[in-house]
Ligand binder design. Structure first.
Ligand SMILES: Cc1cc2nc3c(=O)[nH]c(=O)nc-3n(C[C@H](O)[C@H](O)[C@H](O)COP(=O)(O)OP(=O)(O)OC[C@H]3O[C@@H](n4cnc5c(N)ncnc54)[C@H](O)[C@@H]3O)c2cc1C
Length: 371
């Protein structure tokens, strides 16, 4: 079958790889003009995705990410109140994307293709891109993220809804930390929970996937509640542009960075406040909720963040995209008709997403975050 995937991020590449492995002719269309850098920061990846990447030879145990054997929970003074075993590896959006991108055939990955319209007629789906070029395909898959054009085509009334809080994030090159500070954070997942908030920190690969000591980065994420009015102010970037769901690194207004740093001095223990102070370009992501009632119509499918968003505390956005992709490839192999395959896949994946969404909301509520 001829399969066209819209969006070449984590979800799109995982889907492309899974579909190609089951014998389909796959092309990925990504709106970015060049290789993507600096999207998001650190990522916790669930074991099933990590095992898949290692098993398929996309990555290896040694190269998957930065290992962390322990979780440490800090008290108000910044000392570990308790620790426990937490065998995991941390990666970063960049590094994971680079590994998936290197695995998928370059000739079938098309940059600079922004889908603007689509149309289904009989057994064919037509897609039109911003430059006027067109494709004709048997199955069109929207892996185009939370602002998905494909979802807007299927469900024009569904859009992400503000969950009541944001994630401030930052990355610090390891060589800007002292030996004691590296020792404090290395090989650990550090968490500081306090009233209606929490901050977490862990080491991730360097910008180009460097895993060696001295070349990694410390990643931190700090969740804070914001009223609608506070959010509106935060989303106006340094050029006066009102952003929707994130303000990327280097675009936060000086006043907002100053407010963040002052708040860190007041609310965080010194070991964490100092990290916020030394971060060159913090950025912010708005936490939103969204779910569709159905993940396909005819020969058009949506998956990953395009179909539903889970709260980041579940650390399962990438694993959900992987499950969507792997399950889709499997049902298409197992079922004799496309219609029955998609029906089955839809039931399974909607159920899976609903469980993650509700789990994420429970975690947020337990931390006093959002509505
Ligand atoms: C604060 C925060 C922390 C998170 N932490 C984690 C974590 O620790 N672990 C985890 O697993 N997940 C985490 N996530 C979620 C995770 O980042 C996503 O779920 C995951 O990356 C899946 O994304 P995706 O590929 O579906 O969509 P996206 O990454 O949004 O990709 C969509 C792609 O489509 C392209 N595109 C968009 N429109 C068009 C168009 N019209 N035409 C062509 N291309 C288009 C975009 O350029 C982009 O490349 C976190 C999210 C947030 C906000």
């Amino acid at each position: 079958m001829k399969v066209s995937i819209i969006g070449g991020s984590i979800g799109g590449l995982l889907t492309g790889i899974a579909m190609q492995k089951t014998g389909h002719q796959v092309d990925i269309y990504e709106r970015s003009a060049t290789a993507m850098q600096g999207r998001g920061a650190g990522l916790v990846v669930q074991a099933e995705l990590m095992n898949y990447m290692i098993h398929q030879g996309i990555s290896s145990h040694q190269l998957f990410g930065v290992p962390a054997a322990q979780r440490q929970i800090l008290n108000g003074q910044g000392y570990p109140a308790y620790s426990y075993d937490n065998d995991t590896s941390f990666t970063s959006w960049n590094y994971l994307w680079q590994q998936l991108k290197a695995y998928f055939p370059a000739a079938n990955y098309h940059y600079n293709h922004q889908l603007v319209n689509l149309q289904q007629t009989g057994k064919i789906v037509n897609g039109t891109f911003a430059d006027g070029s067109q494709i004709e395909t048997d199955l069109l898959i929207g892996a185009d993220g939370y602002n998905s054009v494909v979802r807007q085509h299927l469900f024009p009334d569904i859009a992400p809804l503000y969950a009541g809080y944001v994630a401030y994030r930052g990355l610090i090159p390891e060589d800007e930390l002292t030996a004691e500070e590296i020792d404090f954070f290395a090989n650990k997942f550090t968490l500081y929970p306090y009233s209606n908030s929490h901050l977490l920190a862990y080491l991730v690969p360097g910008n180009h996937g460097e895993l060696g000591k001295g070349r990694r980065q410390l990643n931190w994420v700090w969740y804070l509640n914001k009223t609608q009015a506070q959010l509106k102010d935060l989303m106006i970037d340094k050029n006066g542009v009102e952003r929707q769901y994130s303000v990327p690194a280097t675009f936060l207004r000086d006043a907002n960075i100053a407010e963040l740093k002052t708040r860190a001095q007041i609310e965080l223990p010194e070991i964490l406040s100092a990290r916020v102070q030394q971060t060159q370009n913090p950025f912010v992501q708005v936490i939103v909720d969204m779910a569709v009632p159905k993940m396909y119509q005819g020969r058009v499918v949506i998956l990953g963040d395009a179909a539903s968003l889970v709260r980041p505390h579940t650390a399962s956005g990438t694993a959900k995209a992987y499950e969507d992709a792997a399950a889709l490839a499997a049902v298409l192999t197992d079922h004799s008709t496309l219609a029955s395959a998609l029906q089955r896949w839809n039931t399974m994946q909607l159920h899976h997403a609903a469980e993650l969404i509700s789990y994420g909301r429970r975690l947020a509520k337990g931390s006093g975050l959002g509505q």
